[in-house]
Write a protein that binds this ligand. Structure first.
Ligand code: DQA
Length: 147
């Protein structure tokens, strides 16, 4: 049976490709989705299914996390973006999950602004991938496929 990953992206990540390209690179979110899925299908780790979701709205992200309580996902990958630094609501939603949570930040936030050093959501993350650019999603998923 395919391993199933829910990949959630938070605010402003719909504008990847044009947004602060010096930090986040020039790939759009849908290009990152395609290249992640292409790599997964060629790397030979067996059947993998990914479901990608993006929202700029905190409540929609919370509700999407809730779907992972009832649907058969093996893992949640989430880039909460700016909500990582502010959202108790997303933290609380993540806390309810029984599956691994991989928090992704494309940039290395440790090298950035002081207000990016607080990561509320990371308190309920199993793994944190930072500074890998667009490959952070792929490496996050691979962490669950490599024995
Ligand atoms: C980000 C880092 C956050 O600080 C920022 O607000 C983002 C993107 C990253 O992927 O590096 O929107 O999560």
């Amino acid at each position: 049976m395919a391993k199933k990953f829910l990949v959630i992206n938070g605010p402003n990540l719909n504008l990847l490709g044009t947004r602060e390209t010096e930090i986040y690179g020039s790939q759009t979110l849908s290009e990152i989705e395609s290249s992640t899925n292409n790599s997964l299908s060629t790397l030979g780790f067996g059947a993998v299914e990914t479901v990608w979701f993006q929202s700029n709205i905190e409540g929609e992200i919370v509700e999407k996390i809730h779907t992972a309580l009832n649907e058969n996902y093996d893992c949640l990958v989430i880039n909460p973006a700016a909500y990582s630094h502010t959202s108790v609501a997303i933290l609380d939603a993540l806390k309810m999950l029984k599956i691994p949570v991989i928090e992704v930040h494309m940039s290395n936030t440790h090298l950035r602004d002081a207000y990016r050093q607080t990561k509320l959501t990371a308190k309920s993350s199993t793994i944190i991938m930072e500074g890998l650019g667009s490959k952070a999603y792929l490496f996050g998923i691979l962490s669950q496929l490599i024995n």
